[in-house]
Design a protein around this ligand. Structure first.
Ligand SMILES: [Zn+2]
Ligand SMILES: [Zn+2]
Length: 283
């Protein structure tokens, strides 16, 4: 069966169920991740984050100590692109939800299939797969499907895009094909691993709670503007607004949360402040 036939054969119900199961599994794994991470421990191998030895665990990518030569490359190849992205998305979101992740899918102008950047503390990881990487650079030693990575630590290069050609796993190839097919961010980062694109809908759905960072919050990262209307689309009166304001003050809730409880329609527009990460594009 061709892969596109396979995707075509999936009914909306099946897709929704797969997504639900995936979100459930990720939720559980994320909670384990964060419980350990808060204590400087790795949920995958139970070691301290600073314990960067010869094991090829994803916590090596946090540079709590410098991995020995070759370890980084083997760590990426052991786990593959997408498990690495999920892990780094969790790391990035532990600091501030959404703003530490950027990605671009299918940039026809530059021939890039997939690009993304993650930031956490003083580190920025960026990944890039061009169509020619996906096919393999023919006639060279890198004639196999691969991805490229750039790592900046304190704004200095640790790894440049051109340095490593990291082999894509079968699962990565499947995921990249799925992205091509669905052109849908939900295939990529579900559950807690949201990026700023996915934030707006999640924000409205969660009543605002999603903007609370998991570990701590130093500065506001978003401007949020909400429009409140009645279910029939008409504007609410001053008296109704006054009631919402007093409800909000009494219950220590945001006004639009109270509005939702009262059955009003709330539309929120989120615009990021300068704190949001910019995607590092490979030239
Ligand atoms: Zn580990
Ligand atoms: Zn390449």
């Amino acid at each position: 069966m061709e892969i596109n036939d396979f995707f075509n054969s999936l009914t909306p119900d099946v897709i929704a169920e797969v997504n639900r199961l995936q979100i459930e599994a990720q939720e559980k794994e994320f909670n384990e991740f964060i419980a350990n991470f808060k204590n400087d421990r790795c949920y995958l191998c139970s070691k301290e984050l600073a314990d960067v030895g010869t094991s090829l665990c994803l916590h090596n990518l946090l540079f709590r100590a410098n991995p020995k030569k070759g370890i980084l490359e083997r760590t990426f190849e052991k786990h593959g692109l997408f498990p690495t992205l999920t892990y780094l998305a969790w790391v990035a979101n532990s600091e501030a939800t959404g703003i530490n992740i950027q990605k671009k899918i299918h940039n026809l102008e530059t021939g890039k299939k997939f690009e993304c950047s993650f930031k956490w503390q003083n580190i920025v990881w960026s990944f890039s797969v061009a169509e020619s990487d996906f096919q393999g650079h023919s006639g060279t030693q890198t004639d196999f499907p691969h991805f490229h990575v750039e790592i900046l630590i304190n704004e200095k290069f640790n790894t440049r895009f051109g340095q490593l050609h990291l082999r894509l796993t079968d699962q990565d190839i499947f995921n990249l094909k799925a992205i091509d097919f669905f052109k849908d961010r939900s295939v990529l980062f579900s559950g807690h691993a949201v990026d700023s694109d996915a934030l707006e809908e999640s924000f409205t759905a969660s009543g605002g709670s999603i903007l609370a960072p998991v570990i701590d919050n130093q500065s506001p990262h978003y401007h949020v503007e909400s429009v409140i209307r009645k279910a029939d689309g008409s504007s609410i009166s001053q008296a109704e607004l006054d009631e919402l304001i007093s409800r909000s003050t009494e219950n220590h809730k945001l006004i639009f949360e109270c509005a939702k409880e009262k059955g009003y329609l709330v539309q929120s527009a989120i615009s990021p402040t300068d704190a949001v990460l910019t995607l590092r594009e490979r030239k």
